[in-house]
Design a protein around this ligand. Structure first.
Ligand code: AMP
Length: 115
């Protein structure tokens, strides 16, 4: 989608601090990090949110995006202390970009429940 900021990052039309890429997902540093490590993992294909990743293909895509996020966490040295994977959905979830993304957050202690 030409008006989607994350689609434009995926296509490299917009710059981003990329940390990894597979055939169907791209990972880049969040512009406004909320933790020492804050990476966004987004599918190459435009999917608005997790609730739109339906059917066999959608479920398989979610699996690959989360598996890629876990691989990145290992590469970034987060396994020992742990980390958080979050996908905000819709207004109450606090989603501000309507292209499915998983936040990989690490490098500090997180609280529960979230604010
Ligand atoms: P959410 O609020 O869950 O939809 O997360 C969207 C995230 O995208 C926020 O943490 C923003 O800081 C981040 N963000 C927005 N624009 C960019 C960009 N151009 N490059 C990197 N991160 C971005």
């Amino acid at each position: 989608m030409s008006d989607c900021i994350f689609c434009r990052i995926v296509s490299r039309e917009l710059p981003a601090n990329e940390v990894g890429r597979t055939a169907d997902a791209v990972a880049f540093r969040d512009l406004d990090p909320k933790a020492p490590v804050h990476v966004l993992v987004v599918p190459v294909k435009h999917v608005s949110a997790v609730r739109d990743a339906t059917g066999t293909d959608g479920e398989a895509l979610l699996g690959r995006v989360f598996a890629f996020a876990a691989e990145l966490a290992t590469e970034l040295g987060l396994d020992a202390d742990g980390y958080r994977l979050v996908t905000n959905t819709g207004q109450h979830g606090g989603q501000s970009v309507d292209h499915l993304h998983v936040h990989l957050l690490g490098g500090r202690q997180f609280n529960w429940p979230p604010g």
